[in-house]
Design a protein. Sequence first.
Length: 341
Amino acid sequence: MRFPEFLKENGTIGFVAPSFGCNIEPYRTAFDHAQEKFKALGHTLVLGPNCYEGKGIGISNTPAACGKELTEGYLSPESDVLISCGGGELMCEILDEVDFDSIKAAKPKWYMGYSDNTNMTFLLATLCDTASIYGPCAAAFGMEPWHACIQDAYQMLTGKLFEVKGYPLWEKESLKDEEHPLEPINATEPRKIRCFPENKKSAFSGRLIGGCMDCLVNLLGTCYDNVEAFNERYSEEGIVWFLEACDLNVMGIRRAIWQMKHAGWFSHVKGFLIGRPLCHGQELLGLDQYRAVTDLLQEYDVPVLMDLDIGHIAPMMPLICGSHVEVRLEGQDLSIRMECR
């Protein structure tokens, strides 16, 4: 696994929009303010041509324009790291326009984003054997003040944080809207991690991989599916999967788990880290968010940790996709330690 150089003091941050751009509120104002925050920290900024675009379908621009911006942004020596402007819907359509061969051959660069950006964070690790950061997109850095999770993401990008433990409260209802674009995370609900099977203490380790299930199942079985080779490459240490869901309801989550399982993606698995899905608390036809996952994963006889701070319900722990992780849970005390090796 290749690990890029971390963002140095006064280093340059590049922004790209391979999914949605920051062309509408509250994202435009939040992105503008994020740039002010980064400049105040001493960083130079480089903006890709699509950062404020909104003329694409489910993405900022045409697939060709988005793929060109992402490839050139990654290969450009002008920026030290890349942060995606936002998530979206159809980033998968730009993949044919991304030059993964050149990216794999180039000097590695940190890329950070989540949700639709799974199309890059996941493929950097599985196709290019290059680590990435599954973390907040650019506009989130515009909140005032920064939540601890935003500070953690910045600290990780600068190489000062390699262990995350989650946060005491999560956000049930956001206060951020067009009139309040800089509103911080409205964390009100106590965190309660659930472990299956129900153990008071769990410890496991392996190579970390994963992302948003909505995107992962689209990649499965395509020419971009290199998971079997990835699993075999790291079979000795085993695989730790982190998974979360956006648009999928509990039935969709169960179908996604079934599909990944039957594609052999979970071979050599050592444990699962499951984020709170956006459909948190939903129950359909007797199926809740827990059985949507655990019924199908119980045969692996590995820990399944659920309702973690991963994904679309804030706050979210930043994770180094491709790192070696040591996971420990004792009661409600969680530790995910990442090693760049």
